[in-house]
Each structure stands twice: as structure tokens, then as C-alpha cells.
Design a protein around this ligand. Structure first.
Ligand code: TRP
Length: 335
């Protein structure tokens, strides 16, 4: 039998998951669980790197994110869903990886640099935050992840992971870890409802997978469009118009969408109609997700038991790899 590819991926539990997460990575995870060995990690440890003072926020979002996973169809029979902080081999491997990266390299990770600005850290960057790409490399390496379905912003993390893996192999003369490959979807990034490139909880420009119908309706109604499209008869611009970016991702009738775009460009198609179409598409997409979420939410014990079992499976994989790591590093004193 052909060996299945291993997928390792995950999310920080600092908020509920939104449409951007779905387009960026959840859709790929749901699809790939059929053919790969998939581990999906709830990265509570990584969430704490910039939320040390908010333990309750992180804790409550562990189950929220688990519900999001279950509701979109990540199936615990096919995918191992686990909690990062319960795998002590992760910080162990992180410690060893930290010796293989320079402080200067850490300072130049573009995603980290961007987040430092966004979060307003200035000169008060938590050291744990600075090194999170190394712990992320350990996440991937420990599970021998080959494919990492993530959003576009995570590319620098995968690059840094592979640098660490190669460095580790060179020094300790081993080949324990496969190289990791990021899996970025065709539509790599969904803009915020305000037209900004990045969706963010703090920006208030996201539509969440668990938002109620009226919340979604309000968000779509308030969506940014082409600011120069003032009268219905005016020609409008499709590019950079988030209503169309969302339709690209969620309208199942792509031929109809092409016609709508042409009509919008010519003039004569109002934003209320494009938004109406988008709202219909989104409600049709979200309805079954909401229903599933409500069912799982009724049974928190099932959700926690699922996480417990997933974490136990993850622990046994982690310990196996770590034994190989310790042997390669000459740390296997009593075995
Ligand atoms: N950095 C990811 C995020 O911001 C979460 C994450 C942690 C992750 N470890 C990972 C993603 C390993 C993929 C692989 O949400």
C-alpha cells in the first residue's frame, strides 16, 4: 500500500473561525482528509505568545475552534484533532530547534514583522512571540508533516521550517523529517468586508462561520464596493470590489457570475443586487454549517472527548519522533 501523505496544520484559538479561514485552509483540509493522514492542531500555546494575560480567552476558543472544525466537516474519524499545549514533546523539540536559528533570522520573518506592527508591540515584543515560527517548525516536524494547508500569510513559516529541518539534518547527520510544503488555495486570500486586504477580529471586518443569518445580512449590506459606482447606470469596477471577491469564492454558478460581472462593468447593475446575490450564496453555504454547529454545541462532552482522544493519538506519534530526535542528538542516555 502506498504511504499516505501526512498533513499537519492548525489555528490559534483566539477567535472563532471566519470565511477567510474557510477559503484559505479549511476547505482544503476537509477535502484532503479523504486521502491523507491529517493532524489538525488547536495552537493554544502559540495563541498564548501574544495573549499571555488572556488565558480565559484562549481556553474558551479551544472549544469554539473545535466546533468550527466539526461544523465544516472536519471528521474526527479521519482527522486527528488535538490540543498543542498537551504535547510536551513540542516545547522539547522547539528548544533544540532554537539552537539552530539566529536571532537575526527571527527578526526578519516577514509575517512576524508585520504582526509586531499590527499588535503595536514596538520595543516590548514577548520573547515567546518572537520565536513562535520555531515552535511552528517543531509542530510540523514532530508530526513529520509533508503538506501544510494554510493561508498565504503562513508561507514564511513553512520556509523557516524547511531551513530548520535542513540544518538539523546536516548537523545531526540524519533524515528524520520530510520537507514541508505549503498548500495555498487558488483564491489565496479573502479580503475583509471593508475591502481591506486582511481580515481581522480587531478590524471588525470578518464574517464568521458561526454568525447568525441576521448578522451576515447586516455585514453584507454594509460591505464596501466600488466607491465610484454612485448611480446604478454608472459602470462599476469588479477588481478590488469585495462583493465580487466573495462571489468568486462562494457563488456556485460561476457562469452566471461572469455575466453579472460584465453587466456591472457596463453599468446598469446596482450594488443592492450584487449584494443580494452574495447574501443568498452565503446563507446557502452557511446554513448547513450553522445547523451542524448547533448540534455539536449541544454535546460539549462529545467535543472534549474527541479532543482528548485526538490528543492521545497525537502524543504517541510525538513520542515516537522525539525518540528518533534524541537518538540523533546523542541524548538517548538510557535506551
Ligand atoms: N500560525 C498559525 C496561525 O496563525 C497556527 C499554527 C500553529 C500552524 N502551528 C501551525 C499552522 C503549524 C500550520 C502548521 O493560525
Amino acid at each position: 500500500m502506498k504511504k499516505k501523505q501526512v498533513i499537519l496544520t492548525g489555528d490559534r484559538p483566539t477567535g472563532r473561525l471566519h470565511l477567510g479561514h474557510y477559503v484559505g485552509s479549511l476547505a482544503n483540509r476537509v477535502r484532503l482528509q479523504e486521502e491523507a493522514t491529517q493532524f489538525v492542531m488547536i495552537a493554544d500555546g502559540q495563541a498564548l505568545t501574544d495573549n499571555a494575560e488572556n488565558p480565559e480567552k484562549v481556553r474558551s476558543h479551544v472549544s469554539e475552534v473545535a466546533l468550527d472544525y466539526l461544523s465544516v466537516g472536519i471528521d474526527p474519524e479521519k482527522t486527528t484533532i488535538f490540543i498543542q499545549s498537551l504535547i510536551p514533546q513540542l516545547p522539547e523539540l522547539t528548544m533544540y530547534f532554537l539552537n539552530l536559528v539566529t536571532w537575526n533570522r527571527l527578526k526578519h520573518n516577514p509575517t512576524v514583522k508585520q504582526e509586531i506592527v499590527q499588535k503595536g508591540f514596538e520595543d516590548n515584543i514577548p520573547a515567546g512571540f518572537m520565536i513562535y515560527p520555531v515552535s511552528q517548525a517543531a509542530d510540523i516536524a514532530l508530526f513529520k508533516g509533508e503538506l501544510v494547508p494554510v493561508g498565504e500569510d503562513q508561507l514564511p513559516m513553512i520556509e523557516q521550517t524547511n531551513e530548520l529541518i535542513r540544518h538539523f539534518h546536516r548537523i545531526y547527520k540524519t533524515q528524520i523529517f520530510p520537507e514541508a510544503k505549503a498548500l495555498i488555495p487558488k483564491i489565496a486570500r479573502l479580503p475583509g468586508t471593508d475591502g481591506k486586504a486582511k481580515m481581522g477580529k480587531s478590524l471588525g471586518n470578518c464574517i464568521y462561520l458561526s454568525d447568525a443569518p441576521d448578522v451576515v445580512a447586516k455585514a453584507v449590506k454594509g460591505m464596501y464596493t466600488d466607491p465610484n459606482h454612485l448611480k446604478v447606470e454608472d459602470p462599476g469596477t469588479v477588481e478590488g470590489n469585495p462583493v465580487f471577491s466573495y462571489l468568486d469564492a462562494f457563488d456556485l454558478d460561476q457562469a452566471g457570475l461572469a455575466e453579472m460581472k460584465a453587466h456591472y462593468r457596463r453599468g446598469g447593475l446596482g450594488d443592492s443586487l450584487t449584494k443580494k446575490r452574495l447574501l443568498d450564496c452565503l446563507q446557502a453555504f452557511l446554513d448547513p454549517i450553522r445547523q451542524k454547529r448547533a448540534e455539536f454545541a449541544k454535546d460539549p462532552q462529545f467535543v472534549w472527548q474527541m479532543l482528548k482522544e485526538g490528543t492521545e493519538r497525537a502524543l504517541s506519534v510525538a513520542e515516537k519522533t522525539m525518540a528518533e530526535v534524541r537518538a540523533a542528538m546523542r541524548l538517548n542516555y538510557f535506551s
